[in-house]
Design a protein around this ligand. Structure first.
Ligand code: CDP
Ligand code: MG
Length: 889
């Protein structure tokens, strides 16, 4: 069995890609009394209903509340005091013409779908219609979910402004942040936040209406919310407290929702809002540049700015770093003084600070004692507060190189300096940008300038920027790819879908006829896939399954997914969660088939409930759950944050463009290697390996004040360090909200862990990354030279190696756990940490077979003698590891 190829040959993308990251981890909050109640209701509502259904029977949906003619909401009109300008602007929005149709449909149907071009006014106006119709009266709230945090924040601000209400009444809640009050009438939130609320109150009793916005994005949590709400709506109807569900989407295919009888027994009405879209002329490039789409964007913007009439320019790039780099280039070419000082803080240099020595010399003990972390010590004191969504995202990317290409349209390279007198008002826009900075794009640019917004995918459908006449579309998006087998994910820049390209083009025709410049040929466009597949079908779902299990939805296979994930993905998730101890083991008696059926319906364990409260992936959540012992939490939080943020360290391997740069890179590399050794410590400290390096790097960087200069001098990525700082804060808040008595705070000047703590941390990491265990093939076991210095993992047939950048590259410990495997010239493990063999049976019992060695070992079995074979049919069996015999009670 080869690893990846799955994702290589069938590109899998992540529609929420620019939101990216580790974010994806889960969320919520349970294990509290109220959560358990909610979960019981969930059982009643979803779990049981589903459990009674045979898996193969797609029908028998829970009866949807029949379309009731008795509107649930009073015939009232709550006046809103809008300014004349706002009123005028609203009247221009296409959805205003449909207000009556929309409201009648909502009053008469429990579930309504509204489709409309981006910018037609769905997000800003539908909540206002509902408010005016009294859906926020008598202490209830109108809830709107967004897959992107950017949209939740900026839309709440916009609607508050339009309605002349304060943020106390029109509020937002995103992962760890929000301004919701008791007076909140309209609440914008990310989909993860609502999912978490469902875990606390399954019936969502404080809402009279829930709007699921941007459903076309098909984010995993949006999909799951629609599945849950398809059950909650009829339950609320039965209780005589009707809940309205409105699904809003750009004009993309909605059949996955409407024609899904498992989801909705009665087909919900679809209201199509005709957008007043001006014609957009699409210009394709004759040739498609290979890599340098960023440089090509620069040239195209220069050309538009010099030659074409007034009108804003919107550029689509793939990631934060690219956005900033293009912004810098454009600002330099068409300087706008004020803007440069106001918007250019990303370029500012921090004062140089002394590098401090992080590690102090300390006594080394030779023997590694065996302090064992206690697998049963994960209890936390639940509290009722806290609702975060799980999307920890970082919007980073590989920056585009700046080669000059002749594009065949007579525009081969631009001078960086321009003589154009009109300044360009350049603004970046991406999901992690601070909300105040994001808001700038909605304001008119200063007089005498042209607006140019350089954005990631967030500008595709979530946000409509006024005054855009020209769109420059690089045709790429940064997506997350998952390896089917190893579950390893990576971000890659790939082509967008045709639907996305059309959405992007549409952004140019909101206020007047516009132009879209596609930096690729029409032939390439024809090769794009039509739509991006839903996220849920493309990624490992263990975080989702854990959240569902926390809702007591045990038979996840019967859940009414708008598009179900592949059964193998569900089975793999279930298996991993069982192995992590998050789910109760299935019964091992009974026939195999029943066993398998039971496997996909294992209930959550107490440990699983704790894990589900942390907004990170289950493997990392387990580490956090085990870390209250021996004061390890601050370190685990840091390690998990660092593992979650990718590319901590600068890339020194890139080809240098000049000799000067080559020398610089060489120096940097030498310096970095030296630092790496320091950060990893020595002796026992070093056995935590690359994770110790991460810990040391963060510790040293924070100690030095986390300055840009410190990072540059030591080969750290400044942006990554800032992101880690942010995540540490968020995870600390999450831990504090679960463990009321933990009283943790983020100590920037974190002391290095003691040697004993490092040992505990290694065990904690092993307990979390258990399925990523690898064993070095010993000299006497060598069958073939390609296995020299190679490791065998549970998941791959092929040899894997410790990455040369690892501090353990030369150490070659017998057992290691790795964070991920990347394939370049060879298959390399990154994020490696050494493991003592005798820990494995104690800390990973689910992976071990305690008994006699196998009589018929599988082909990949490594011959050995006399020791107990440690295996598990599904995973370790393929590896045939031998471990010392241990007594386990
Ligand atoms: O949701 P949909 O894409 O249908 O439209 P919307 O987000 O409700 O946007 C309606 C209009 O409000 C657009 O023309 C936006 O430019 C404008 N808007 C704005 O001016 N400022 C904001 N902060 C948000 C939206
Ligand atoms: Mg919208």
């Amino acid at each position: 069995r080869r690893h990846s190829s799955g994702s290589e040959s069938e590109p899998e993308e992540d529609p929420s890609s620019s939101e990216e990251e580790e974010e994806q981890e889960q969320d919520p909050e349970k294990s509290s009394g109220s959560a358990v109640n909610a979960a019981e209701k969930a059982e009643e509502g979803v779990g049981k209903a589903e459990a009674e259904q045979p898996p193969a029977a797609p029908s028998a949906p829970v009866p949807q509340a029949a379309p009731s003619r008795a509107p649930c909401q009073p015939a009232v009109f709550i006046p809103v005091d809008r300014t004349p300008e706002i009123q005028e602007a609203r009247l221009k929005l296409p959805i205003l013409a449909e207000e009556q149709v929309v409201m009648e449909a909502i009053n008469e149907n429990p579930i309504v779908i509204i489709c409309g071009e981006t910018g037609s006014g769905k997000t800003t106006q539908v909540p206002q219609f509902l408010y005016e119709a009294g859906y926020a009266s008598s202490n209830s709230t109108i809830g709107i979910t967004e897959p992107r945090r950017v949209a939740a924040v900026s839309m709440s601000q916009r609607v508050a402004k339009e309605m002349n209400l304060s943020h106390r009444e029109v509020s937002y809640q995103i992962r760890y942040e929000g301004n919701v009050t008791d007076e909140t009438k309209i609440k914008f939130m990310t989909d993860g936040v609502l999912l978490k609320e469902i875990q606390k109150d399954f019936l969502l009793s404080k809402y009279k209406v829930i709007i699921i916005d941007e459903a076309h994005e098909r984010s995993m949590f949006t999909d799951i919310l629609i599945g849950l709400l398809s059950r909650i709506v009829p339950l609320r109807h039965k209780k005589g407290l009707p809940l309205k569900l409105i699904i809003m989407s750009a004009t993309l295919r909605v059949e996955d929702f409407t024609d899904n009888t498992r989801l909705f027994s009665v087909k919900p009405p679809v209201i199509q809002v005709d957008a007043r879209q001006f014609p957009v002329t699409v210009h394709f490039n004759k040739k498609t540049p290979l890599d340098d789409y960023s440089g090509e964007c620069f040239r195209k913007v220069c050309k538009i700015h010099r030659m074409l009439p007034a009108g804003g320019i919107l550029v689509f790039l793939t990631g934060q770093a690219e956005v900033h780099s293009l912004c810098r280039r454009l600002r330099k070419a068409f300087p706008y003084q004020k803007n440069n000082s106001a918007g250019g803080e990303d370029d500012k240099e921090d004062s140089v600070e002394e590098i401090r020595k992080f590690k102090k010399s300390r006594k080394r003990r030779k023997v590694l004692a065996l302090p064992k972390i206690d697998l049963n010590s994960y209890s936390v004191v639940p509290v009722d507060e806290g609702d975060e969504d799980r999307d920890i995202d970082s919007d980073d990317d590989a920056a585009g190189s700046d080669l000059d290409l002749d594009l065949g349209d007579g525009d081969s390279g631009e001078d960086e300096k321009s003589d154009s007198s009109l300044p360009l008002f350049v603004l970046p826009l991406y999901s992690l940008l601070a909300p105040e900075k994001q808001a700038k794009v909605f304001r008119s640019p200063p007089a005498g300038t042209r607006l140019c917004v350089v954005a990631t995918n967030v500008a595709e459908t979530s946000l409509t920027i006024p005054g855009i006449k020209y769109v420059v579309d690089c045709g790429k998006v940064k997506r997350r790819f998952y390896d089917r087998i190893t579950g390893v994910s990576s971000f890659r820049v790939t082509w967008i879908s045709q639907a996305s390209a059309d959405q992007r083009a549409g952004r140019a025709g909101r206020t007047e006829p516009g132009h879209c410049y596609r930096l690729y040929s029409s032939a390439v466009f024809m090769d794009f896939e039509k739509f991006s597949a839903p996220e849920i079908t493309k990624r490992p779902v263990e975080d989702l399954i854990l959240q569902m299990k926390a809702l007591n939805i045990e038979k996840v296979i019967n859940f009414p997914f708008p598009t179900p994930p592949p059964t193998e993905a569900l089975a793999a998730a279930e298996e991993l969660l069982i192995a992590l101890g998050a789910l109760k083991e299935p019964p091992t008696t009974g026939r195999l088939k029943e066993q398998l059926a039971a496997k996909l319906s294992c209930p959550i364990s107490p440990l699983g409930r704790v894990m589900a409260t942390f907004p990170v992936a289950p493997r990392y959540a387990k580490m956090l759950a085990l870390s209250r012992q021996h004061d390890c939490l601050p370190y685990t939080i840091t390690i998990v944050s660092a593992m979650t943020v990718r590319e901590l360290f600068e890339e020194f391997d890139r080809p240098a463009v000049s000799e000067e740069e080559a020398a610089q890179l060489k120096g940097k590399r030498a310096r970095f290697l030296q630092m790496q050794k320091v950060w990893a410590g020595q002796g026992p400290m070093q056995k935590l390996g690359d994770l110790m390096v991460m810990l040391g790097a963060v510790g040293a960087c924070e100690y030095a004040g986390c300055t840009r200069s410190f990072c540059e001098e030591n080969g750290l990525r400044y942006k990554a360090m800032l992101e880690i700082r942010r995540l540490r804060g968020q995870l600390t808040t999450a831990v504090n909200s679960v463990c009321a008595d933990a009283g943790l705070y983020v100590d920037p000047k974190m002391k290095p862990p003691t040697e004993a703590q490092v040992t505990y941390l290694r065990q904690i990491v092993l307990a979390g990354l258990g399925d990523h265990l690898a064993r070095r093939i010993q000299a006497e076991e060598l069958l073939d030279d390609k296995w020299k210095n190679a490791y065998k993992t549970a998941l791959l047939e092929d040899p894997v190696f410790i990455h040369p950048s690892s501090v353990l590259f030369k150490e070659l410990p017998e057992f290691v756990v790795y964070q991920e495997i990347v394939e370049t010239t060879k298959m390399y493990m990154k994020g490696v940490s050494a493991v003592e063999p005798e820990w494995i049976p104690a800390l990973l019992p689910p992976y071990c077979h305690f008994g006699k060695p196998l009589e018929n070992p599988p082909p990949s079995y490594c011959p050995g003698t006399g020791r107990v074979l440690c295996h598990r049919p599904s995973v370790f069996y393929r590896v045939g590891w031998q471990l010392p015999a241990v007594e386990v009670d």
